[in-house]
Design a protein around this ligand. Structure first.
Ligand SMILES: [Zn+2]
Length: 302
């Protein structure tokens, strides 16, 4: 009997050592901005990682085995949705065998449904190979969109981890206050960008232009997801003679060739801007991301 008791006690102690009282949630984001937002709200309570970096096109990535393992272990998946990940996420979800993060489950969080959507497509657009079949999915470049997404994310984290629900709510409130203060400053700094006409490589900056009152005159891609063609670029150059643009913009992962060509032909600067955290060395979090974007855009006006 004595022997049995001591063995039970030993197993109990072993189990307690192996299972911390509150294991941190594993949060996997599809895009780097949502990992940054989760970190603002969850801090050290979460193990946060992102499937894509600021140097990768979120429309298309390769599903490496290490990424499948992270999907398998995730407690919460945070993605834009709106078809942005349609090319790679469904396969990953299936291969992971992780039921908690399948669509409709509490571990599956979709940011794109929480904000006013721009560029809702017509049937014609879909038929022509447009990858923005559910409206424009690049919602992160208007910082106002981080407010409803952050609030819903804090609530969801609290549902998955009730012991820390109050801490998530408080961290979100703090983030929102800092963001609203920063947005006022950014909007003052960016006044000179109001009404400025630009060309963008892909249609991935429309929420930024909408926020700052900038005008997108055209895109290097003939349709979202289609490579720039010489016929399209020639037509764009012709268009710029009637309606001049001040700069041509691209992100770190888009080829500079078409931008450089148009820059030379139209005598306007080609400007690279990060479109998420990690896109440039300066864009280390959501605050420095917008600071870097505005500084680069103002630099393009010089
Ligand atoms: Zn896109």
């Amino acid at each position: 009997m004595k022997h049995l008791l001591s063995r039970t006690w030993f197993i109990g102690v072993l189990a307690a050592l192996c299972m911390p009282a509150q294991a941190a949630l594993n949060v996997l984001s599809c895009e780097a901005e949502w990992a940054a937002l989760a970190s603002e709200i969850g801090g050290k309570r979460l193990n946060v990682s992102s499937a894509t970096t600021g140097q990768q096109d979120p429309h298309r990535i390769e599903a490496r085995p290490s990424l499948i393992a992270r999907v398998r272990n995730a407690d919460l998946l945070v993605c834009t949705g709106l078809d942005l990940e349609a090319g790679w996420l469904p396969v990953l979800l299936q291969q992971s065998g992780n039921r908690r993060i399948q669509p409709g489950q509490p571990g599956n969080f979709v940011a794109g449904n929480l904000v006013p959507r721009l560029e809702l497509p017509t049937q014609l657009d879909r038929a022509q190979g447009d990858v923005h079949g559910s409206g424009n999915p690049h919602i992160q470049l208007n910082p106002h969109n981080l407010v409803p997404v952050g609030e819903a994310l804090a609530t969801r984290l609290g549902e998955l981890d009730p012991a820390n629900a109050e801490a998530y709510r408080a961290a979100y409130a703090d983030f929102r206050a800092r963001l609203e203060f920063a947005m006022q400053r950014w909007e003052q700094q960016a006044v000179a960008l109001n009404g400025v006409g630009v060309i963008a490589h892909h249609k991935d900056m429309v929420y930024l232009f909408d926020w700052l009152g900038m005008r997108e005159i055209g895109n290097l891609e003939p349709k979202p997801g289609l490579e720039p063609s010489s016929a399209h670029l020639a037509a764009l150059l012709q268009q710029l003679r009637q309606d001049p643009a001040r700069m041509v913009l691209h992100t770190p992962y888009q080829s500079e060739r078409a931008s450089q060509w148009l820059s030379a032909q139209a005598s306007i600067p080609a400007v690279m801007i990060p479109n998420t955290v990690g896109g440039t060395d300066a864009a280390t979090d959501l605050f420095t991301l917008f600071e870097d974007i505005i500084s680069r855009l103002l630099g393009g006006l010089q």
